[in-house]
Design a binder for this molecule. Structure first.
Ligand SMILES: [Fe+2]
Length: 407
């Protein structure tokens, strides 16, 4: 277990050991003065080297591949770190604490998962993942901050590695997510609404991770499966809370917001729809956000039952993908008609290289194809939701494309 002491990072990761300032806060938050009475010493983590760029896109023996960072439990106190390696035992190390991995195997490769718990809210932690002699570089993550009045997330979708060349697509994906983090370094987490790869090709997965590994290992990612992803291998790489009713259906709270992820590849069963209705109907959070790859208000439309539920339970925002164009709806009801306080649907084009023609739908306030990869940031405060969407140019510069605040 993590000790009751607060751990604060004093340096960015260098690939070597990292210094911590460790302070005794005890449990008493009343006397803020004690928070600042800190004792400094150094904790050395057995950092390994990053995967050489020449090996990006292929699995390397020994070192951890495809390192993921997400939360499957309480974002304030727990974190899930995952990776793939040729070694059958592994661990995550945080400070002096060692967390052994649970492991499953496919052929000669091992999929590792570590659920770290007992963390303190609003703190930055350093970790390495891997096996003795084969650890990752030092990476950092920050737990949910209870004291923050608002928070911002990054929304990306459809990097679709392999729709062009694997390396070119992965380079664009890297450019987009790094541009997003550069613009919004305080982002609490990123949502990726699916189509990691083209045509369910599992072999393309290392391109997604390797090119952007430093980002993906440090910023928690929340995943919703796309139609080009495959349930056959999805859970080897992308881990989600298990509170849903089977399938890729789950929800969690962060700050003042309730998030629910829905697999749009399947027709939800009666039990799953019942779970979803209960989930949306009982949350007391101020904002409700749904994440689904493909929805009625893209071009094709598939989940009419979902649209009605979102309208019935006043879902504020739906984060979508699939269509590979930029679209933002007006606040609308289940019939696609304007409704004060209705649901806003958002599709931030693609974080890859495949661009489709715009939708041409009347309920869209913005409906465009700038032929540039994009990302959105979404800020949730007590007053409103602020959605900003950006194009990313070939130099990685983010240019504001659309801004919209609503409540
Ligand atoms: Fe796609």
């Amino acid at each position: 277990m993590i000790s009751k002491m607060t751990k604060r990072i004093t340096k960015r990761p260098t690939g070597r050991a990292i210094k911590h300032t460790i302070g005794r806060t005890g449990f008493c938050a009343v006397t803020a003065l004690f928070f600042f009475l800190v004792i400094s010493f150094t904790v050395d983590l057995p950092a390994g080297a990053a995967k050489p760029r020449g090996q990006w896109g292929v699995l390397a023996a020994g070192i951890p591949n495809n390192i993921g960072n997400t939360f499957t439990g309480d974002p304030a106190s727990a974190r899930t770190i995952t990776w793939e390696s040729s070694i059958g035992t592994g661990e995550v190390i945080i400070g002096n604490d060692h967390y052994p991995s649970t492991v499953s195997s496919v052929g000669s490769w091992y999929f590792h998962r570590v659920d770290v718990s007992g963390l303190q809210a609003g703190q930055t932690y350093s970790y390495v993942a891997g096996s003795p002699g084969f650890y990752s570089p030092v990476y950092n993550f920050k737990t949910e901050d209870f004291t923050a009045g608002d928070f911002t997330i990054i929304h990306v979708t459809d990097p679709q590695i392999g729709s062009g060349s694997n390396a070119a697509d992965a380079a664009v994906w890297k450019r987009v997510i790094e541009s997003a983090v550069n613009l919004c370094p305080q982002a609490a987490f990123a949502v990726n609404t699916g189509d990691i790869v083209e045509n369910a090709r599992e072999a393309n997965i290392p391109f997604y991770f390797d090119y952007s590994q430093d980002t993906i290992a440090q910023l928690p990612f929340i995943y919703t499966m796309g139609n080009n992803d495959s349930a056959l291998w999805y859970n080897r790489y992308f881990y989600t809370p298990a509170n849903g009713s089977g399938g890729f259906l789950y929800s969690f709270d962060y700050g003042n917001t309730h998030f629910v992820s829905i697999d749009s590849n399947i027709k939800l069963t009666a039990a799953q729809l019942g779970w979803l209705e209960n989930d949306l109907g009982t949350t007391a959070q101020k904002w409700k956000v749904a994440m689904t790859h493909e929805g009625d208000y893209g071009r094709s439309g598939r989940n009419t039952a979902l649209t009605k539920l979102f309208d019935k339970y006043n879902v504020d925002l739906v984060l979508m993908g699939h269509n590979h164009f930029y679209a933002r709806s007006r606040p609308i009801n289940a019939a696609g008609m304007d409704k004060a306080g209705g649901t806003v649907w958002s599709i931030p084009n693609t974080a890859g290289t495949k661009f489709n023609a715009k939708a041409g739908k009347s309920y869209l306030a913005r409906d465009e194809q700038p032929n540039l990869p994009m990302f959105s940031t979404v800020k949730f405060s007590s007053a409103n939701i602020e959605l900003n969407s950006y194009t990313v140019d070939k130099n990685g510069a983010a240019v504001l494309f659309d801004t919209y605040s609503f409540r």
